[in-house]
Design a protein. Structure first.
Length: 365
């Protein structure tokens, strides 16, 4: 079996002779380090939303998520405005109405959002809910879809959607999103129901032209101590939207549904399962996520990740210890895809990554 076939077999719960080794991504700094440590210059930097069989995934023989992602925010976009600029920082309102403060040595800081409440949402609602297929997919999307359709085993092809917490936090910030669930529940119901209907209209043309391996839903709605919303909030506001979108995906033969959320996700796992989610990642070890124990509690869920990236910084003995902690038990359980518990960071040397990768790719089940 190739990697893509092993991926499908994991979701069917079939026993195979090898794991499907998959990684979520490589940081740009990891690419730079690996070039400096001997990776051939012909190997290309991975582009998150573009097919390229000669990038790091292809070089290391690791399955890539083949995302098909149109523009899911403001279309037409808002005018980008530079509000302030100095030698040390720059403040810009971007096309999605988010004001960002950027400096050379830190991640951009979100300062303000154009959408704050029901009134401001209604002002821009058409920019966010109209599918505008040609504008949202763009002229290059046909080539991207064609590239993924022709490949055999380099990538597992999927949608890329913001989930029903990730979406409002992206357009109006985490704090205001949390407040609005209580201050204006009617607004949040409208916002999330609009988003579910939007995804259906946006992805239906694509699902008629290409067979997907899975649907990917990005959430990141938990932190080390648990979810940012209660299960009750999830059940009232988000669960109906999940069910609507997943039912639509099922109608087009997409049965494998993966949600990505960092942090401790245990309290939300039963709700995701009830919605029809069949796989989760990345199971961050530093947040107390132990895939071996979680696999015992939720035997039908496909678990992706849970290999402690921090152990890859250290000695080969430490790498062996971590893999021996996870892989034998998960090989016996099945429904598991080994992956680091986040993107591959630059603290992992090329020598150590090669060692880890070879061990996983050659592990006999």
């Amino acid at each position: 079996m190739n990697k893509r076939e092993l991926f499908a077999a994991a979701f069917r719960g079939e026993k195979t002779e090898a794991f499907c080794h998959m990684e979520h991504g490589f940081w740009d700094e990891s690419y730079d380090r690996y070039l400096s440590e001997g990776m051939p210059e012909r190997v290309k930097k991975p582009e998150l939303f573009l097919p390229c069989e000669e990038d790091m995934f292809g070089y290391f023989n690791i399955l890539k998520c083949g995302y098909i992602r149109p523009d899911i925010y403001f279309v037409p976009g808002l005018p980008e405005i530079v509000l302030e600029e100095t030698d040390s920082y720059r403040i810009v309102k971007n096309k999605n109405g988010v004001t960002l403060r950027s400096s050379k040595n830190s991640l951009p800081q979100e300062i303000d959002f154009e959408i704050k409440d029901m009134d401001s949402y209604k002002k821009y609602r058409e920019n966010l809910i109209e599918p505008n297929i040609d504008l949202r997919y763009g002229s290059e999307m046909n080539g991207i879809i064609d590239g993924y359709a022709k490949q055999k085993d380099y990538a597992a092809v999927c949608t890329h959607m913001d989930g029903f917490f990730a979406y409002p936090r992206e357009i109006m910030g985490v704090e205001n999103t949390l407040i609005q669930f209580y201050d204006d529940p009617d607004f949040m119901h409208m916002l999330l129901n609009d988003r579910a209907d939007f995804y259906i209209k946006l992805y239906e043309p694509i699902l008629k032209t290409i067979k997907l391996d899975f649907a990917f839903i990005w959430e990141d709605m938990c932190f080390k101590n648990g979810p940012l919303v209660s299960p009750a909030i999830f059940e009232e506001f988000m669960l109906p939207c999940y069910k609507k979108v997943i039912s639509f995906l099922h109608d087009f033969g997409v049965k494998n549904i993966i949600v990505d959320s960092d942090g401790d996700i245990m309290k939300l796992m039963p709700l995701w399962i009830s919605a029809g989610v069949t796989g989760l990642l990345p199971f961050e070890v530093q947040s107390g996520m132990d895939v071996v124990k979680i696999g015992e509690i939720f035997p039908e869920m496909v678990l992706i990740g849970g290999v402690n990236k921090l152990k890859m910084f250290e000695s080969k003995e430490d790498i062996d210890e971590e893999l021996n902690r996870v892989l034998p038990a998960m090989a016996k359980r099945g429904r598991y895809i080994p992956t680091l518990d986040h993107w591959v960071p630059p603290e992992i040397s090329l020598e150590n990554f090669n060692y880890y990768n070879e061990k996983v790719n050659n592990w006999k089940i």
